[in-house]
Design a protein around this ligand. Structure first.
Ligand code: FES
Length: 381
C-alpha cells in the first residue's frame, strides 16, 4: 500500500481515465484494483486527511466537481467518494490541489503532505484558476476529450484564419505585425473660381474708389479731348472753306512790267556796243550799230525766232547764239546759222522829252516784211 502513495502523475491520470471509462482499462487496473474494494476503509480513516491515496483524492475531487451527482462513475468509486466525504471535508481540495499534493508526496515534501484546510467555497473559487495551470502542466488532460482538444489546439488550424489568429501567430513567432498605414490620395487643386476671395477692407475700398475716379476722369478727359479735336478739325475745315470762297471772289491780278521804259541817253552807247543790262528785266538788247550803212540805235527782243529760246550775246564772237538748237544772229539781228528761219524782232524806240531813249514793247517790227525801215523802229545817231 505504500506504493499507492507514491504513484506517479501518469499512473494517477491512468487511474482517472480508467474510472471515467468504467474501470475496464487494463494498464491502469494493474495499480488501482486493490483500492476499489476498500473505499470504506479509506473513508473510515479521518484521522489521516493528508494521507489519502491518489484514487481517493481523485474520487473526492470528482465528487466535489460534479456537486455530488456523479452517478456515471462506477459504484465502488462513488461509494468510496460518498463515504469519504466527511473525511475529505478538511481537505476539500480541487483537482489541481490534489495533483499538487500528489506531486509533493512524490517529491517527499512535508508541506505538500499536509494540505492546509480550505473551505469548499474557496476551493470552488480557486478551481478555475488552478485548473488552467494544471492543464498546462506536462501531465496533460484528465480525459480523452480533453486530450483530443489539446491535440487539436496545438496543431495549426487549416484553412483561412482571422486577423486575430494571424496576429496571435505572429506574436508567438516573434514577428511584429506590419501595419500598413493607409495614405489618402492628394486633394486636387482648387480652381480659381472656387478660391475664396478676401473681403475688401477700408484701404482696398478707398483704393478702388480712387482707381474708379481716375478711370472716369481719364475717360472723360479722353472723350472730351476727342470731341475737342473733332470740333477743332471741323472749325478749321469751315474756316479754310470760307477763306477759299473769299479768295474765289477776288480774281488773279497780273503784274506785268510796263511796256514802256527808258534805257538812258544816246551818248551813253558807244558805236558798235550791245547793252545786255536790260535783258533780264525787260528781255531787250539795246545796241548802237548800223543797218544798211545807216548808224542807228535800236532795241532787239531777246527771243529766238526758231522755238522761242533766249539766245546769249557772245562778245568775243560778236553774235547772238541760241543755246537750244544753235541758231546764230549777227549784231544787227539778222539770222545767219542754225534753224532760226528769220531775223530777231525789234521794239519801238524813240527819244523821250527828257532826251532819253524810251523803248515801247507794245510795238514790234519784223525785218523780213521791211518794217525795220520804219523810223519808229530806230533812232538815228
Ligand atoms: Fe533758238 Fe531753236 S530756239 S535755235
Amino acid at each position: 500500500m505504500a506504493d499507492k502513495d507514491e504513484l506517479s502523475i501518469e499512473q494517477i491520470l491512468a487511474a482517472a481515465r480508467q474510472q471515467d471509462g468504467g474501470g475496464d482499462a487494463v494498464p491502469v487496473s494493474e495499480t488501482v484494483p486493490a483500492e476499489t474494494p476498500k473505499p470504506a476503509a479509506k473513508a473510515a480513516a479521518p484521522a489521516k486527511p493528508g494521507k489519502m491515496s491518489v484514487a481517493e483524492m481523485l474520487a473526492a475531487a470528482r465528487v466535489g466537481d460534479a456537486g455530488g451527482g456523479a452517478s456515471e462513475s462506477p459504484a465502488p468509486a462513488s461509494t468510496a467518494a460518498k463515504s469519504a466525504a466527511p473525511a475529505k471535508k478538511p481537505g476539500a481540495m480541487s483537482v489541481a490541489d490534489m495533483l499538487a499534493a500528489a506531486r509533493g508526496d512524490k517529491s517527499g515534501g512535508a508541506a505538500a503532505a499536509k494540505p492546509a484546510p480550505v473551505s469548499k467555497k474557496a476551493a470552488a473559487k480557486a478551481a478555475p484558476a488552478a485548473k488552467e495551470p494544471a492543464a498546462a502542466t506536462p501531465s496533460g488532460p484528465k480525459d480523452t476529450a480533453s486530450i483530443l482538444s489539446a491535440a487539436r489546439g496545438g496543431a495549426a488550424k487549416p484553412g483561412p484564419i482571422t486577423k486575430a489568429e494571424a496576429a496571435a501567430r505572429a506574436k508567438d513567432a516573434g514577428v511584429a505585425p506590419v501595419k500598413k498605414k493607409a495614405t489618402a490620395p492628394p486633394m486636387p487643386a482648387k480652381p480659381d473660381y472656387a478660391k475664396t476671395v478676401a473681403a475688401p477692407t477700408a484701404s482696398t475700398e478707398r483704393r478702388g474708389f480712387l482707381v474708379a475716379a481716375t478711370a472716369i476722369f481719364a475717360g472723360t478727359f479722353f472723350m472730351t479731348s476727342a470731341l475737342a479735336i473733332g470740333f477743332s478739325s471741323l472749325a478749321v475745315t469751315m474756316l479754310l472753306w470760307v477763306l477759299g470762297t473769299a479768295r474765289f471772289m477776288f480774281p488773279n491780278i497780273l503784274t506785268e512790267p510796263p511796256t514802256k521804259f527808258k534805257v538812258g541817253f544816246p551818248d551813253e552807247y558807244a558805236p558798235g556796243q550791245v547793252a545786255t543790262k536790260f535783258k533780264a528785266q525787260f528781255g531787250v538788247w539795246v545796241a548802237r550799230y548800223e543797218y544798211n550803212g545807216q548808224p542807228e540805235i535800236y532795241a532787239l527782243q531777246s527771243v529766238c525766232t526758231h522755238l522761242g529760246c533766249t539766245p546769249n550775246w557772245l562778245e568775243g564772237e560778236q553774235k547772238f547764239k541760241c543755246p537750244c538748237h544753235g541758231s546764230g544772229f549777227y549784231k544787227d539781228g539778222v539770222n545767219f546759222e542754225g534753224p532760226a528761219p528769220r531775223p530777231l524782232e525789234r521794239f519801238a524806240i524813240r527819244l523821250a522829252d527828257d532826251g532819253q531813249l524810251e523803248v515801247d514793247k507794245s510795238r514790234k517790227f519784223k525785218e523780213e516784211v521791211g518794217q525795220w525801215n520804219d523810223p519808229a523802229s530806230y533812232v538815228s545817231v
